[in-house]
Design a protein around this ligand. Sequence first.
Ligand code: KG4
Ligand code: ZN
Length: 334
Amino acid sequence: MKDTYILGIESSCDETSVSIVKNGKEEIATVISSQIDIHKNYGGVVPEIASRQHIKNISIVLEECFHQANMDLSDISAIAITYGPGLIGSLLIGLEAAKTLSFVTQKPLVPVHHIAGHIYANNLMEELKFPLIALVVSGGHTELIYMKDHYNFEKLGGTLDDAVGECYDKVARVLGIPYPGGPEIDRLASLGKPTYSLPHPLKDDSYNFSFSGLKSAVINLVHNEEQRHCEIRKEDVATSFQQVVIDTIVAKTMHAVKEKEVSHLIIAGGVAANKGLRKALQEACEKNQIHLTIPAMKYCTDNATMIAAAGYYAYRKGRIASLDLNSKSTDDLK
Ligand code: KG4
Ligand code: ZN
């Protein structure tokens, strides 16, 4: 069979990324331009600044990717683009670039949901085996997805309020840790002890999560300690917080794995980089003889490699968009 090369473009938040992937699993070249250093100064991503940076970056990143791949547009079978969810202005820049390339080359435009991309980051590690459960843990999502086949997503449950990454970032902020605080909380958590007592959110049999109560409990704890002029042991707060998060996520995920009788679990999204979570899931999967795939660190944060990988399977399913495709700030995974 002829090889299929997909060009992926991702600009949903603060990374401008372009990648070329062969047959949905082999990374040929990827370029990522991150804006983290700019947004750090504001304590979070500033949407207007993000879209302006994408405008500056997109052509350079595109050219560099083709240069690194030693390929040109004629080698590409289709163009996969993150149409949503994300920051609308940021999404539009990638989308306009993708539409322009599609129009000029007459190559198919393949719309990819950002979370489908995170899920397919796993396919760059090893082939997905169905049926499986995908645990999606990112800055904007916390969901359990059942997949019985390629590009077939059934949401079992999700967060009723904050996403887990958002919760990490807010806990980090109250501890005076710069954005994005998740990685630093993860690091501190490996150094402390779980000395602070925090509530366990939504401890039930459902597949839903709730993190806002936990987040508020940490914020209140820190404020109360400050008012009492007590020293806050950041490491211990991080360890106590992370332990509750991990316990909750692992319990719900393993419950889904058992109820749905799957033997393959994959994890997706920025929080999949969390060392404590990776270790806890590895242990739980070993104990229950479940095959676990975890994306390499470089595929956990936003990148176009995962979009091109997902795009390959979307393309094979005939998911082609017309040039009036619009970006969406929110959208269900489908
Ligand atoms: O997947 P992602 O780029 O965002 C969305 O697509 O929504 O994930 C970014 C999120 C941020 O909230 C960041 O703090 C968190 O992932 N994150 C982590 C870690 N690395 C990134 N959270 C906990 N532990 C980490 N090691
Ligand atoms: Zn993401």
